[in-house]
Every structure is written in structure tokens, then in C-alpha cells.
Design a protein around this ligand. Structure first.
Ligand code: FAD
Ligand code: NAI
Length: 464
């Protein structure tokens, strides 16, 4: 029986990145995966397929709304849903096969099946038990049930994001429970494809945790695109009928009861760690109340030689956070210094316009009593954005009032998910807004809006 330096359980962005880095650092490495394909939630039923559908549906939106304005005439494309799903599946296949290739290239053994940990230093997969010096748990997450509500998911009419990525047809009416990232990304896809989409949200605003000004603007822009919002509403139950469902909810302000009919209901009220069957209790591995595995600063759990990363531990449930932890844990195991800067992890919502954020919000700074200044610039003043019908939104930079050091940034606008990284790099280097403002930015690019927001922290932007 083979024995290893490291066995990683789970091949999502946390697990596969950890495996590759372990192998690169000379450790004999295996990765256990129970799914048919590598890549975890992200590549199979998360980031990648949702971005493929967002891309395809955005092209339709462009053709319907902007082509004629640019002198591109002709019949607008119609939706061949089966083909769109086939395109999405092809993209998934290319990506998951890519990980298989990288495993072979780096001589990583894929142990196929569901893994458990009978004791520290051993991993069981099916009938086989493997010895290993170290274990990394990277088992990810699953959809949370709607808190306090009676909702049964059948993945046909009442679906999680997984079912929503392979509906048999585009529904006429869709109700989304939860105005978080999944609800708004997938809600946007179906709204663009012609569904009447209503989003029911418990809070009085969308996207909890985001900058308040961004939340308001984002909701307004999505409303313009046809998404309806019922805010301050707690879903009580979903009644499944033969071909549709009724969503029962209460408005929090007056406890009044209401209902909505839908052909499809998307449950998007958050995700929770998936650690079933690993044997955490028997091993004495400590978890939080929310089920996240507790780790120390080196990603080691309460049991020596067992590490945990990604959605299974605390922190934002994001692929790139899992990847960074995967690399860092591998480096720690190899005797190097693993590092993740949790203060500079960007978050992106891939709607149109995109929304991106890093660091503090005005709300968190006010809570901390931290004196700050705001530099804001609208994409209306950006030539490239105007030419591309993408002038909705703004860049907002928050900097320390005294030192000018950048504390956070919030972008709603074209390519926000790419633009944010210039600010992330600046923050990693402890830069001031003046450093960004003094950096020459090519014209005409969207990134000029970032520079203008930085100028707005000082003597003022040029184009507003
Ligand atoms: P996962 O990707 O969940 O992988 C865990 C893997 O472990 C799974 O393949 C599972 O089968 C396997 N596993 C579990 N238990 C065992 C076991 N006992 N034995 C063997 N294998 C096991 N994040 C972003 O940053 N950007 C996005 O655009 C984005 N879009 C998303 C869209 C959707 C619809 C969803 C649902 C999520 C999205 N996310 C996105 C979140 C992202 O997918 C997760 O944060 C990320 O996948 C977490 O990586 P992970 O490696 O911790 O776990
Ligand atoms: P979320 O936590 O982003 O949003 C859930 C929403 O549901 C919240 O606004 C919450 O107030 C609401 N809610 C909870 N109970 C409710 C009820 N009874 N009635 C009405 N509303 C209710 O969770 P989501 O969207 O499911 O995403 C899960 C995770 O996946 C997130 O942590 C996110 O980080 C990750 N993800 C990331 C993406 C990205 O980076 N682009 C894309 C998709 C998912």
C-alpha cells in the first residue's frame, strides 16, 4: 500500500491547488475526490458554470439592447437553451480535464472515492487505508437550508444553485430566495433569458456585508434590468405543486403574510461547510457552532498533522481564498512560511455591471471609529465606458484621513472584477491613494476611473 507525505481530501480550488504546491515542493502527494471529476464545487457546479451562463446571457443582452445603437442591424439571436447548457458543460469539461492533466504532470495520485480519517496519519478510501504524514481537509461546502423555513429541494422546481445550472427549460417565473451573490448572479442570468425574476430577501438591502452605497446602486441597476425585489421579507415555506411552487413569506415590518407563484424557486440563502463522513467527532477535531473546522494560524486543526482549508473553515467562501490557503498550508507542511493576507481578499459579483470590493467599507470604518476620506469617480466621466455603453457605476476608494493609506475600495462598473486587483496590489504594498494617483494609466481604459477615484482622495479628479 502506498504511503504519502500528504493526502488532501477534496479537489476543489483549495484541495487541487494544495496538491499541486505540495508536489512542486517535493512532497509525495495524493488527493481524494468522490466526484466523477476533479475541481470541486467551483469547476463543476459553481464559479465556472455560472460564469459561462452569465457570459452567454450577457451576449444576448448586448445584442438585444446595444447592437442596433452601434449600427449592427439584423434579427436578434434567440435562445437555444439545450445548446447553451452544452456550451456550459463543455467549459466545465475543459476545466476539470485541465486539473486532471496538472495532477498527472505533477505526479499527484488521484484516489477516487469518498475519504475518511480513521486516525491521524491514516486516510481510508473505500476498502483501502493509506498511511500519510499529513492530511489536508479541503471538503468544501454545500447549500444551507432556508433558516427556520419549511422548504424541500427537489432540484427540478425547488432548486439550489446546482439545479439552477441545469434546468430543463428557461422558466417563465422564477422566485429567488436570498439577494446574496448566488441569487443575484443566477437571477440575472434568467432575467436576461426572459424569466420574470423576483428576489425575496430577509434584510432591507441586497448583498449583505457590501458597502451600503454600492448595495443601493446595485439594486437600482438590477431593477432596471427587470429583476423585482421584495426586501425585509422572511420566507416561511415553499409549497411544491405539480409543475410549480408557491412561496409563502412574511413582511418583517408588519408580519403580514403573502405568497408568490413561481415555475422555479431558487434557494440561495447561503452555504455551510461539508464535512460529513470524515469522522471529525471521533478524531476530536474542534469545530465552530456553524460547523467550520477550527484551525490555528498555520491551518492546523486541533489534531497535529491534520490541516483544513477553504470553505470547510472560517472566512469568506471564495475560490481564491481557498486557493491561497491551499498554497499556504502546503508551504507550512514543507517547512516554509505560508502566508494569507485576510485583509486583502477581493470579492466580485459577476453581474453586469460587475461589483467588486476589497478591504474596509464605510460602515466597518465608522464602527471602528477610524477617520477616513472618500475618493469617488463615476464611470460617466470615463471615455471608454461611455463608448461601450458601460457608464453605470463608480469607483470608490477609502483612505486613512491622516496617512492617506488605502483601507478599502468598492467598484460597481465594467470589468470591476479585474480593476479591483490594481487596488489589491497597492494595498499589499501599503500604498497611499496618492501612489495610485501618481501612476500613469493608459488612455482610454476603464482603469483611468480607478486613478480618478484616487485623485478624488487628494486635490480632485480631472474629468468630473
Ligand atoms: P469545494 O470546491 O467545495 O470542493 C470540495 C470537494 O471536496 C468537492 O469536489 C467534494 O466532492 C469533495 N469532497 C467532500 N468530501 C469528500 C470526501 N469525504 N472524500 C472525497 N472528496 C470529498 N467563488 C468565487 O470565488 N468566485 C465565484 O465566481 C464563485 N461562484 C460560485 C457560484 C456558485 C453557484 C457556487 C455554489 C459557489 C461559487 N463560489 C465562487 C464559491 C466557490 O465555489 C467556493 O468558495 C470554492 O469552491 C471552495 O473551494 P474548496 O476547495 O474549499 O471546496
Ligand atoms: P449569501 O450569504 O451571499 O446570501 C444569502 C442571502 O439570503 C442573504 O442576503 C440572507 O439575508 C438571505 N436570506 C437568508 N434567509 C432568508 C429567508 N428566510 N428569506 C429571505 N432571504 C433570506 O449566500 P449565497 O448567495 O447562497 O452564496 C453562498 C456563498 O457562495 C457565498 O458565501 C459566496 O461567497 C459564494 N459565492 C461567491 C460567488 C462569487 O464570488 N462571485 C458567486 C456565488 C457564490
Amino acid at each position: 500500500m502506498a504511503s504519502y507525505d500528504v493526502i488532501i481530501i477534496g479537489s476543489g480550488p483549495g484541495g487541487y491547488v494544495a496538491a499541486i504546491r505540495c508536489a512542486q515542493l517535493g512532497l509525495k502527494t495524493a488527493c481524494v475526490e468522490g466526484r466523477e471529476t476533479l475541481g470541486g464545487t467551483c469547476l463543476n457546479v459553481g464559479c465556472i458554470p455560472s460564469k459561462a451562463l452569465l457570459h452567454a446571457s450577457h451576449q444576448l443582452h448586448e445584442a438585444e439592447h446595444n447592437f442596433a445603437r452601434m449600427g449592427l442591424k439584423g434579427k436578434a439571436p434567440s435562445v437555444d437553451w439545450k445548446q447553451m447548457l452544452a456550451y456550459k458543460d463543455e467549459v466545465i469539461g475543459q476545466n476539470t480535464k485541465g486539473i486532471e492533466f496538472l495532477f498527472k504532470k505533477n505526479k499527484i495520485d488521484w484516489l477516487k472515492g469518498w475519504g475518511s480519517i480513521p486516525e491521524a496519519g491514516k486516510v481510508r478510501v473505500g476498502d483501502e487505508t493509506f498511511d500519510t504524514k499529513n492530511i489536508i481537509i479541503a471538503t468544501g461546502s454545500e447549500t444551507s437550508p432556508v433558516p427556520g423555513a419549511d422548504v424541500t429541494v427537489d432540484e427540478k422546481i425547488v432548486v439550489t444553485s446546482t439545479g439552477a445550472l441545469e434546468l430543463s427549460k428557461v422558466p417563465k417565473k422564477m422566485t429567488v430566495i436570498g439577494a446574496g451573490v448566488i441569487g443575484l448572479e443566477l437571477g440575472s442570468v434568467y432575467a436576461r433569458l426572459g424569466s420574470e425574476v423576483t428576489v425575496v430577501e430577509f434584510l432591507d438591502h441586497v448583498t449583505p456585508g457590501m458597502d451600503g452605497e454600492v448595495q443601493k446602486n446595485f439594486q437600482k441597476l438590477l431593477k432596471k434590468q427587470g429583476l423585482e425585489f421584495i426586501l425585509g421579507a422572511a420566507v416561511q415555506s415553499v409549497e411544491a405543486l405539480k409543475t410549480k411552487a408557491k412561496v409563502h413569506y412574511k413582511l418583517r415590518k408588519d408580519d403580514s403574510e403573502h405568497q408568490l407563484d413561481a415555475d422555479v424557486v431558487l434557494v440561495a440563502t447561503g452555504r455551510r461547510p461539508f464535512t460529513e463522513g470524515l469522522g471529525l467527532g471521533e478524531l476530536g477535531i474542534e469545530t465552530t457552532k456553524g460547523g467550520q473546522i477550527k484551525t490555528d494560524k498555520t491551518w492546523q486543526t486541533s489534531v497535529k498533522g491534520i490541516y483544513a482549508i477553504g470553505d470547510a473553515i472560517e472566512g469568506p467562501m471564495l475560490a481564491h481564498k481557498a486557493e491561497d490557503e491551499g498554497m499556504a498550508a502546503a508551504e507550512v507542511i514543507a517547512g516554509k512560511h505560508g502566508h494569507v493576507n485576510y485583509g486583502v481578499i477581493p470579492g466580485v459579483i459577476y453581474t453586469h455591471p460587475e461589483v467588486a470590493a476589497v478591504g474596509e467599507t464605510e460602515e466597518t470604518l465608522k464602527d471602528q471609529g477610524h477617520a477616513y476620506k472618500v475618493g469617488k469617480f463615476s464611470f460617466m466621466g470615463n471615455g471608454r465606458a461611455k463608448a461601450n455603453f458601460a457608464a453605470d457605476g463608480f469607483v470608490k476608494i477609502l483612505a486613512d484621513k491622516e496617512t492617506d493609506r488605502i483601507l478599502g475600495a468598492h467598484i460597481i462598473g465594467p470589468m470591476a472584477g479585474d480593476l479591483i486587483h490594481e487596488i489589491c496590489v497597492a494595498m499589499e504594498f501599503g500604498a497611499s491613494s496618492e501612489d495610485l494617483a501618481l501612476t500613469c494609466h493608459a488612455h482610454p481604459t476603464y482603469s483611468e476611473a480607478v486613478r480618478e477615484a484616487a485623485l478624488a482622495c487628494g486635490d480632485g479628479p480631472i474629468h468630473s
